[in-house]
Design a protein around this ligand. Structure first.
Ligand SMILES: Cc1cc2nc3c(=O)[nH]c(=O)nc-3n(C[C@H](O)[C@H](O)[C@H](O)COP(=O)(O)O)c2cc1C
Length: 175
């Protein structure tokens, strides 16, 4: 898909027919790994939930009802980053952002991931409203990882309208 077409076509989809398959998942996860990261440290991590049973259980226990419904029939990718590496030197933050740099890198990774998914014919929904404690316990996520989003990936069954974006005059200053 042409890049302009791809970024226009990618929308948050809240209705799915079926989850993305395993091979396609591996392909988009590999493409997401091409995202840049601080000193190429690659601290982004993904926990991929594919089996119908685990998906049902996780949706019910870790997502509020609206996100549970929106992600029905999709696979789920829980994304985390390893703390205290990116943006740190000799164990101390190199500037005021601290672990925000790990979140920054993960955001880049996830941006690549959702665009790669769309390019492969799948839709996505990033969900920031989720129960991190439940995700950690159920998926065995180590304590040194910060749990960020849950991303639904599957064959979408709706074509959401393009949500308006602010004008550059509001968000950018050319100096
Ligand atoms: C970090 C982040 C967290 C989000 N959390 C949720 C969420 O919990 N539930 C939801 O329905 N949408 C969530 N969204 C989707 C946004 O609402 C959506 O991206 C935004 O409205 C723009 O729409 P678009 O993605 O279709 O362009 C989240 C998006 C981001 C980037």
């Amino acid at each position: 898909m042409d890049f302009q077409e791809l970024i226009t076509a990618r929308r948050s989809v809240r209705k799915y027919d079926s989850p993305i398959g395993h091979e396609a998942l591996e392909a988009i996860l590999r493409q997401a790994q091409q995202a840049p990261s601080w000193k190429n440290q690659q601290t982004s991590r993904c926990y991929v939930v594919e089996s119908a049973e685990s998906l049902d259980e996780l949706r019910v226990s870790a997502l509020p009802e609206f996100n549970r419904n929106s992600s029905a029939h999709a696979a789920l990718i829980v994304t985390t980053f390893v703390r205290n590496i990116v943006g740190f030197a000799n164990g101390s933050p190199v500037n005021e952002i601290g672990n925000g740099w790990g979140a920054y890198d993960l955001g880049l990774h996830d941006a690549y991931l959702i665009l790669a998914a769309k390019n492969a014919g799948y839709d996505t929904l990033i969900m920031g409203i989720r129960d991190a404690g439940v995700l950690r316990a159920k998926l065995g996520i180590p304590e040194n990882e910060e749990i960020m989003s849950v991303i639904a990936v599957g064959k979408g069954n709706e074509a959401p309208s393009v949500k308006p974006r602010k004008g550059l005059d509001e968000t950018v200053r050319f100096l």
